[in-house]
Design a protein around this ligand. Structure first.
Ligand code: SF4
Ligand code: SF4
Length: 454
């Protein structure tokens, strides 16, 4: 690693200039990133049941996932889903190391599969980029740098718009873009702030996000164990390394010290030193080394996916007890979440006794309690409903009533629940209610009814 860092310093640059990767794993990564980019760019603009496919509106605490609308009242579901995501990442990391970073993380996908590839296209491979940076400013350098940075800025602008489409919704974003700027000054400002942030991240900050800023990378030391699969150099097979034809009479390992694995590394490390926090498991070094092994007629995977126990003690990979424990926890949490989502009512009904009231005796041996009810529509469509007591012998006398519930809206009503005194067996009894839409009960609520028994 030290050697590599010195190399970078000797280039007189602040950045790492990784060599353009190629190989089987890189082409798999390309396909994975195409699919993920297609999903990422289409989800906020596709509609399902009148809502965009995925919306993460933290400002209004409104979340939409594939037709399921979650309102502020469902925030606990969202919190649980976030917890599940964290446990999933932990479980994934314990078994497969930092594969998420290299293959699925949006930062890496945009950096390696979009920005870096544009850079290769305009400025050429690592050596040519280095030469271009070192040379005096001339027409060629101005043209290349200008076109690269203008394209970077444009893509950052697209990403900023995409980001806002997830946060405020694509319809709102469309208004910001199409209506006069003075009507959406803050929205317009945010688009440009995010554009500049993304531009700075992808044009200058780059791998520093993964190696220094991202807290997930820092967690590796805690999460990885000797059975975790990580990108690693098989030191037993590779060492002692030496250049081809040198020390031909000495015993030597398979590593010919060509340095290609270091040159392709986007975080600038030498994987031969051992597992390092900076390694994002992008697998570029595996591809590079496999090509070398092929050329010198040695078996592939001198660098590969290995667990530490395999390299050090030849113990093959097996899923550890810790991984099973995380998987069991993940499964249990998923079960809880699915059952909560399945049992979730489309209208949330809350009935509370009116404060400061007890019960009212009425003529004809009747007694009543006063209640307030609130209905929250968790769909985006208006609902016409009927509210009634579950107990057929109870009567309801509305003081303030409505039968219309607006989409994503809330209404309140006030009513008396009237009961025959002959039905009162104890001072405190149950009062159950149901809300019907098209004769189907879609929501229920229960509270208490107070009355002096006969
Ligand atoms: S060491 Fe290999 S897998 Fe790790 S970041 Fe560098 S190139 Fe990618
Ligand atoms: S690419 Fe393979 S052979 Fe070349 S230096 Fe790296 S480990 Fe050694």
């Amino acid at each position: 690693m030290q050697k590599n860092q010195e190399k970078n310093k000797s280039r007189g640059i602040g950045f790492i200039y990784p060599k353009k990767p190629s190989g089987k794993l890189y082409s798999y990564r390309k396909w994975v990133s195409y699919v993920l980019l297609a999903c990422l760019f289409s989800f906020p603009f596709l509609k399902f049941r009148g809502e965009q496919l995925v919306l993460l509106n933290f400002i209004e605490r409104k979340f939409v996932f594939f037709g399921l609308l979650f309102t502020p009242q469902d925030f606990f579901l969202f919190a649980l889903a976030m917890l599940i995501f964290i446990v999933f990442i932990i479980c994934f990391t314990v078994i497969l190391g930092r594969l998420w970073c290299g293959w699925l993380c949006p930062q890496t996908i945009f950096m390696e599969m979009v920005f870096r590839r544009i850079e290769y296209l305009i400025e050429g491979d690592a050596n040519r980029q280095h030469k271009l940076d070192a040379q005096e400013w001339n027409a060629e350098k101005v043209m290349k740098k200008l076109s690269k940075h203008l394209i970077f800025l444009f893509i950052s602008f697209l990403i900023a718009n995409l980001f806002l489409a997830y946060i405020i919704g694509s319809d709102h974003l469309y208004k910001i873009i199409t209506e006069p700027v003075n009507q959406h000054l803050s929205g317009f400002l945010f688009i440009w702030i995010f554009t500049l942030v993304f531009y700075f991240v992808f044009a200058y900050l780059r791998e520093v996000v993964c190696t220094v800023i991202c807290p997930y990378g820092r967690l590796q030391g805690v999460l990885l164990d000797n059975q975790s699969l990580v990108v690693a150099y098989n030191v037993n097979r590779g060492e002692p390394r030496s250049h081809l034809n040198k020390n031909a009479d000495q015993p030597r390992g398979d590593c010919i010290d060509c340095g290609l694995c270091v040159q392709v590394c986007p975080t600038g490390i030498d994987i031969r030193v051992g597992t390092q926090l900076e390694c994002v498991n992008c697998t570029a070094c595996i591809d590079a080394c496999n090509e070398v092994m092929l050329k010198i007629g040695k078996p592939k995977n001198l660098i590969g996916f290995f667990n530490n126990d395999y390299i050090e003690r030849n113990i093959p990979f097996k899923i550890s007890f810790k991984s099973y424990a995380y998987a069991a926890l993940l499964f249990a949490m998923l079960l809880v979440l699915s059952s909560l989502v399945y049992r979730r009512q489309l209208v949330q009904t809350t009935v509370l006794r009116a404060s400061g009231t007890l019960f009212q005796t009425r003529p004809n041996n009747m007694v009543s309690n006063l209640y307030n009810a609130e209905f929250i529509n968790k769909t985006n469509k208006p609902i016409k409903f009927v509210f009634r007591s579950k107990n057929k012998s109870d009567q309801i006398q509305f003081i303030q009533n409505t039968t219309q519930l607006p989409g994503e809206g809330t209404v309140e009503i006030t009513f008396f629940l009237i009961r025959k005194t002959s039905d009162i067996k104890q001072y405190k009894s149950d009062a159950k209610f149901e809300l019907l839409v098209d004769n189907e009960v879609i929501s229920t609520a229960s509270t208490t009814f107070f009355a002096r028994p006969n």
